[in-house]
Design a protein around this ligand. Structure first.
Ligand SMILES: [Fe+2]
Length: 347
């Protein structure tokens, strides 16, 4: 497969199960599979740029992050853009959360310890850990992935892909959080029905650790090695997965590889966050571009072989995502060749 796939020139098109890990069928076609003229309905590829979205918590200090997409399986994607720390505490009763910090420095206090996350950090807050976060400076922007089943770091090459001892940082006890006075504690559930407890104290006040490890950790995207199988590259490998396999997460940054084939992913929705350059990833040039190809949609995808380098991550989920009206309003239809705006928008 080369980058020169054009209409009129027979090109391979794959149908694959389990990402590229299961049964597959390859045919050649005289046409370019990703082309479509128009689409009506919800199951259509979209793209958005994070700094064009205004999350609810950007202007309303009492708001929770805005939901970008939700699903029947409970996997959700949210975006946060706080300018002040949360004046309340949240405990997600139904999902593990991964917060990816796109911009800013973010302080997380949790009921098992605290950490400060920088740009490019993934922060894991498992189900039922209470937390509060906010920017250390003026502002921040993060993408939050919620997974109902437990997520963990599961690199296929544990001694090379992630240096656990060096790069995975765990929350540390911060005994300076005062016991405080009455604090609102929001029990967060995927139905968005908030249950608010009024606590007589700050539930994040902690005195010390007696046993066990802090389940809250951070890891920077730049510390996760990309895997490639020379000379052709092959599919990327997930560094993180959920217990029941409904969610996989990959470093999709630049690597030496051939361009992916035109393919159809039978089992997973694919959402990529192009974090930043210097190089462009196909039609994605703006830092913080979120792209979504729903399962069953023919796509090609830009080449990852970008000598100038770029940073990106990918989630694959068995959940069928549905964008919220709020997110649809700040996004656009996407073509699935290079992941730029769909040609029908150029009018
Ligand atoms: Fe794909």
């Amino acid at each position: 497969m080369t980058d020169e796939t054009k209409v009129g020139k027979p090109a391979a098109q794959l149908w694959t199960r389990e990402g590229f890990g299961g049964p597959l069928s390859v045919v050649t076609r005289p046409t370019y599979g990703p082309d479509y003229l128009s689409v009506e309905g919800k199951h259509a590829p979209r793209r958005s740029v994070l700094n064009r979205m205004t999350p609810r918590d950007n202007d309303d200090v009492d708001a929770l992050p805005s939901v970008v997409a939700s699903s029947k399986l409970g996997v959700r994607v949210l975006v946060s853009g706080r300018r002040k720390p949360m004046p309340f505490v949240v405990r997600n009763a139904e999902a593990d959360e991964i917060h990816f910090v796109q911009t800013g420095t973010v302080r997380f206090d949790t009921d098992v310890g605290s950490l400060t996350a920088e740009e490019g950090d993934f922060v894991c807050i498992p189900r039922a850990v209470a937390y509060r976060f906010g920017p250390v400076g003026e502002s921040m922007r993060s993408v939050i992935i919620e997974s109902p089943s437990a997520i963990s770091l599961t690199p296929p090459a544990p001694f090379g892909m992630i240096n656990f001892a060096r790069d995975v940082k765990y929350a540390e006890i911060n005994a300076d959080i005062p016991a405080g006075g009455p604090t609102r504690l929001i029990l967060k559930t995927a139905d968005d029905e908030q249950t608010v407890y009024l606590m007589p104290h700050d539930p994040l006040a902690v005195s010390g650790r007696m046993a066990g490890n802090a389940p809250v950790w951070k890891l920077n995207l730049t510390k996760i090695q990309v895997l490639t199988y020379l000379p052709d590259g092959g599919p990327p490998s997930p560094f993180l997965s959920s217990t029941n396999g409904e969610l996989l997460m990959f470093n999709l940054s630049a690597r030496i590889t051939n361009r992916p084939p035109v393919h159809i992913n039978a089992d997973f929705d694919e959402m990529v966050c192009y974090v930043r350059g210097p190089g462009a990833w196909g039609g994605c040039t703006e830092a913080g571009t979120l792209t979504w190809v729903p399962k069953g949609v023919v796509h090609h995808g830009p080449s990852e072989n970008v000598p100038e380098g770029y940073l990106a991550w990918l989630i694959e989920t068995r959940a069928t995502l549905r964008w919220t009206p709020e997110a649809i309003a700040t996004s656009e239809l996407m073509e699935t060749g290079q992941y730029g705006p769909h040609p029908s928008l150029r009018k």
